[in-house]
Design a protein around this ligand. Sequence first.
Ligand code: PBG
Length: 335
Amino acid sequence: MIDLAPPVSLGPDRPMRLRASAAVRRLVRETRLHPADLILPLFVKAGEGLRDEIASMPGVFQLSVDEAVREAERAAEVGVSGVLLFGLPEHKDAEGSAAHDDREAVQRATRAIKAALPDLAVITDVCLCEYTDHGHCGILGLDGGVELEASLPAHVAAAVSHARAGADLVAPSSMIDGVVGAIRAGLDGAGFGHVGIFSYAVKYASAFYGPFRDAADSAPAFGDRRTHQMDPGNVREALREAALDVAQGADLLMVKPAVAYLDVIRQIRDAFPERPLGAYHVSGEYAMLKAAAERGWLDERRAVLEALTGIRRAGADLIITYYATEAARWLAEGE
Ligand code: PBG
């Protein structure tokens, strides 16, 4: 006679039951990724009909405004909830003055995208690094360091110019002390009290920004950003940075980069439960996945969705990613 009793070591609690079929796995999934969680960064510049591919970011382009509208339409069609705009100005100078020029590409793209797609959130990056000839994020003082007295008003002027163009949210990314409070006061004073601040509250001095600096032509001509971006070893300091930005009026918080900083995302999520939290899956994270996928070393779709799900599971509500449109399409196709 065959003994049908299970081996004694197998108790009644059998987790594999809930993994036995795609139907049940889908039912019990704890973290769901949705196209509306995703924000697509776009690089915009002057001209028409331009789609110049960025060498270190295959599938990502420097776009003229008309093409940026098209790219935003493609993202909106598959349910992506916002775009984050970066500008490539025609002229750079020591003060980054093109950053607050209403005729620049970011401002024109903001107007054009809001006119074509009023339900898509337009978020603008507020920083000087793409606009200064030295590539630093602020205006430099005599010692060669970023000088707050001059840099803060320059950030405010850029934010107000973006708000005037119709940006829903401005996203200061330079990690300069006091920038959130200065922008909040500047926006309120200019009649843009309704425009929110998505603060890059916790931004590390990361090697993973390398491809972005090719994309935005914003590598510093000398030195680096370690005097204002955070040291990768620190997490208590992240809580301090976020608390300061909340006190200064940040409406949403961001941690950047994402995958190497999942513990930071979790800690910020727990410490600031009332704030929406974004995580920036940055250019280097995109480039690594693309490069491996192109060589056939990774299943791109599965690896990307796994990375994005991990970022959500760590506690981010929103993910800024160059994969936004593609990932939203994959999600619509289902498992
Ligand atoms: C600064 C800025 C950077 C990124 C976003 N905003 C570059 C930097 O701090 O050097 C990086 C984004 C990415 O790597 O995808 N304006």
